[in-house]
Ligand binder design. Sequence first.
Ligand code: TYD
Length: 193
Amino acid sequence: MFLSLEGLDGVGKSTQARLLAAHLRSRGGEVVECREPGGTALGERVRSLVLDHGAWSVGPRAEALLFAVSRAQLVAEVIRPALDRGAWVVCDRFLDSSVAYQGAVRGLGPSAVREVSLFATGGLLPDRTFYLRGPARTPASPDRIEIEGAAFHVSVAAAFDAIAAAEAERFRVIDAVGSVEDVAARVIGALDA
Ligand code: TYD
């Protein structure tokens, strides 16, 4: 079973992904955790190309393709083999981040970016996606995308709202405001709902 977590920067996805994985492990069975971009040797190099503040520029189309490269390798090297073994996979961000950030907000078009991403994953989509809905928080050292202003994050939030509404079967919208424990309980409650 393939689970992904989505949401704005700093909303607590990574913490919740870790807690969800721990919960699944306590039920027994193998759990594989991954994050995007990255999660493979190639993906970590791409992560640095697309997120670091470097002496190179990254246009919107190149940005979408770089995320797709990282995703393609993650699926081939980690996610597909894990699913084939019958493991749970918990992924911190997946294709919906590209649809929201590059498709909707960078203006490339949600459906075009979704198609590129589905090519990268060989058609693989999560079985369930938890959208942690809450305000963005910019970290102390923001990456190349997190450094965008408040208007950018408002657009990302609107994009996630639209994606979640369009795919209500796959998505579970989780109120991410509250203590870590409260939000974790909501995620776990939505697991079987
Ligand atoms: P991430 O490592 O999840 O940062 P954080 O844990 O701080 O939320 O993601 C890094 C940035 O990359 C984040 O701003 C979202 C962006 N991103 C995209 O724009 N498109 C994508 O497909 C993915 C996976 C991430």
